[in-house]
Design a protein. Sequence first.
Length: 368
Amino acid sequence: QVVDSIASSSQLRLHHQMPGTSKTAEGQFPFTLESGSSGRGYFATRNLPRGKVVLRCAPIAAVLHDKELGSHCARCFEAAIDRPACQYCKAVRLCRSCASCAAAKQEHESECRALQSLWGDGRLRKRLGLGPPGAPLKGQHRSATTVIRLALRLLAVRRRALRNTVATPLLSDAEGGGGAWVPSQQEDVVHDSWADVEMIAPTDDAELDTMIEGLPSGRARELEGGSNVLRTLCFAAREEIYRLLCRITFNAMALASEHEVRRACGSTKQHGWRDPGIGLYPTGAMLNHSCDPSCLWFMRGGVLVVETLRPVRRGDELTIAYVPTRGSCQARRQRLRRAFGFRCLCPKCCSSARKGVLRRPAGRSRVK
């Protein structure tokens, strides 16, 4: 398993290995998995210069947001506005390159029937506020099926793992993975398996309850509703579906391009980035958040790339910003709680909170 190999010797399954194999690869990433003040995290095993790539990781599954379905490829996420949609589900389209990729077709075959039911059930469509596949959505329904469709793809990965069938090549795999960017032999990429999904939080009921309590009540209700929807679309235990949706909620990453992330991080006004969808990267999910991160993350052809923002000393934790960190401590904490259900206690936020306490006007409550 990837995490076990990280903890022991930093040797990972890379893109020139087929997914699911147990052989270690030649390349190494410069970190180890350890327990720290923020739980499990990655710590540098040597001094690292600024701009050093410390991780590349392919998504075990990724999907477009609803509004992008009519204009982008569901495999590589490149523009495909001139391509026809699937004749059965009418929702998914593939670019010319991915249309001839066996892995892309296998991935869609696993979800096509469920998508037919999703858009074919009038009552369900009304409940979710859905128009035709790819139609613009407004308000709270702007990405109504994104998480549901990601869960469907992950459940297909789970079924193949439980049946011990050969895993579908992941995006960027040189052996049939397809994608807009295929790394060279010198650019190592981690390929996770279902076992790695099961190692990301929440891993037990106590941790699950704690994380759910941190979410706004509306988000918690959405998880319950999503579980009910998925039960009508596939054969899986509700408990398994609910835990999977929680893992997606707390660990999925936006498919934000390098340009978008760098622009957002360098702007004094921009508080977000545009992205066409979300994906799950189990190895990448082990990176903890900081509002003063040591690393920058972005997507290159759907592959997660993490590089250092400044020199990092051996033994220091590698951290990333889950959301753009512009604005006040209160605003950052609100965004993080709304999206991920936790209150940020990074040094930057704690320092800002202490300064806020010292400057508070008479009669104002203390920062909690």
